[in-house]
Design a protein around this ligand. Structure first.
Ligand code: TYD
Ligand code: MG
Length: 423
């Protein structure tokens, strides 16, 4: 077979059959490196009959923390490879030091491989968390793989962007390095039945830096997100071969690490002032009901073209809701500039806050204040109808016992009813 030659950019991974000094995709100089395809392979292919494989029960390492084990689908699976991604400084190392601690306390053999922080830096963190776990300080992939083959069962690699393999001729953190290191780690995990948790940074754009490509290689991908006000952290799965991706875990970052929020009911409203243009909305994340504050300001527009500004909520969706208010409630929104602001909270790309958005706009327009006990939850469609939302039973029970009056589909099935309810 004739060998086909092609060139791969060590910066962006772009592939081309023609060499060039400058990568046509990312514009970096001298990054195109030759690779060969169609290399003849030795033909010791092994074909296996599925019924001849001895079935082994899926075994997993538990953390003994109810929320986390449920989130994982029982625990960290033997031979599973996990990716935990989040922005720098959000608390990935803190979370993993804690998870390691829980696992060790539950008699699992964990090795924390630190390629980013020195053991001394890490020990300062570990002291705050009261975490006594073995740490290997290394960023050389060969050393790390050697360590993985030894006596430990679970490994944390913190982080994938700071380890390197001598087999790749590109800089640490480049896409080629990251991809090859991840591939080799996955191979060794599968061959030796070891569990590996890989830490990865995400860039400003929210992509897992460079290796969005890693997502399909690993068994599970978790994101650690933060709200911008109350120091909560939310752990979400975008992929999990071993469990559903529905559930989330919410933590609060404290002086001594991340505290798991056990309550399903997250009180978000610290400022209890009742003001015009303010409405409390709720979103469902896993089994948590999270309250967020929405503020709207409607002022007479001096021009024929009203201004619409939104912080923390999709502007197109705001425009749609304004059109619904205008058409269904006959309110002259075209005469008003509308400013919308979501206070605190995680990224609200959630249509369940539609009701609260509409309520805050009406509150500002009609100059009415609403009780903080009113909480709005529901998606609104173009016809002004509120979609049904099914709340988990525990939440319904808790709501019954609280003084919160949740305005959802049952009491306000459309915007006309919503208007009546708040006026
Ligand atoms: P870190 O886990 O180092 O973030 P990442 O690994 O994602 O870059 O967390 C860094 C932040 O967390 C830092 O600002 C200090 C804070 N922190 C606490 O508030 N409490 C703690 O107990 C610890 C260990 C860190
Ligand atoms: Mg870190």
């Amino acid at each position: 077979m004739k060998e086909k030659t092609y060139y791969v950019c060590s910066n962006c991974g772009f592939k081309t059959t023609k060499w060039a000094g400058k990568c046509p995709n990312c514009g970096q100089w001298n990054t195109l490196k030759q690779e060969n395809q169609n290399k003849e392979k030795s033909s010791n292919l092994k074909i296996i009959k599925l019924d001849e494989i001895e079935s082994t029960e899926v075994f997993s390492y538990k953390t003994n923390q109810k929320q986390i084990d449920e989130f994982l689908g029982g625990g960290f699976v033997v031979g599973g490879v996990y990716l935990i991604a989040g922005s720098p400084g959000i608390g990935k190392s803190t979370l993993l030091l804690q998870l390691s601690k829980y696992l060790v306390e539950n008699s699992s053999k964990v090795l924390y491989i630190s390629a980013e922080e020195s053991a001394i830096q890490l020990s300062l963190k570990a002291k705050r968390l009261n975490s006594k776990i073995p740490v290997l300080e290394s960023n050389d992939l060969d050393d790390i793989i050697f360590a993985i083959k030894q006596k430990y069962d679970l490994f944390v690699i913190d982080s994938i962007h700071t380890i390197y393999s001598n087999d790749v001729d590109s800089f640490i953190g480049s896409i080629n390095q990251v991809r090859l290191c991840a591939q080799k780690l996955i191979e060794v995990a599968k061959e030796y039945n070891k569990t590996i948790i890989i830490v990865s940074h995400i860039t400003k754009e929210g992509l897992i830096a460079g290796p969005k490509a890693l997502e399909h290689l690993v068994d599970a991908v978790f994101y650690l997100e933060s709200d911008d006000k109350y120091n909560y952290r939310l752990l979400r799965a975008t992929k999990n071969r071993f469990a559903s991706t529905e559930s989330v875990v919410i933590f609060k970052m404290t002086e001594s690490g991340l505290n798991i929020i056990e309550d399903d009911f997250l009180t978000y409203i610290e400022d209890t002032k009742e003001l015009e243009g303010k409405a409390i909305g709720a979103i469902l994340e896993g089994s948590y009901l999270m309250f967020i504050e929405i503020q709207a300001l409607c002022v007479k527009s001096p021009f024929g073209m009203p201004r619409r500004t939104s912080v923390g909520f999709d502007l197109n969706r705001l425009n749609m809701l304004l059109a619904v208010i205008e058409k269904r409630l006959g309110l002259p929104m075209f005469e008003y500039d509308v400013y919308l602001n979501v206070i605190g909270g995680f990224k609200v790309n959630n249509t369940l806050v539609d009701m609260a958005v509409v309520a805050s706009i009406i509150s500002s327009l009609k100059k009415i204040t609403m009780s903080n006990n009113y909480v709005f939850l529901g998606e609104i469609d173009l016809l002004g109808n509120v979609r049904k939302t099914k709340l988990p039973d525990i939440l319904q029970q808790k709501l019954k016992n609280s003084n919160v009056k949740l305005l959802l589909h049952e009491n306000t099935p459309n915007v006309e009813k919503l208007l009546k309810a708040i006026l």
